[in-house]
Design a protein. Sequence first.
Length: 89
Amino acid sequence: MKPSFWPMPSLFLTGTAAAAGIAWINALGNLAGTVTPFIVGTIKDMTGSFSGGLYALAGFALLAAIVTLIAVPERRQRARLVALDSPAE
């Protein structure tokens, strides 16, 4: 899921803020790589199957997609479309 977040800071941040956004995404990815095996293992121990853990990861991916749809401002996309439609001078 990380590749879908890498370009997002550049869409609405510039300069050092964009660098901080990319660093934040990297930190969250590292945290997810540490926490998710624990979550999958705990659910496997509780249920006896990896299916529940994988469903949990799928739920997290779905939640990330919903947050992305809500968090990305549509105004910038509309502004870009208006800029593309306007004639060049």
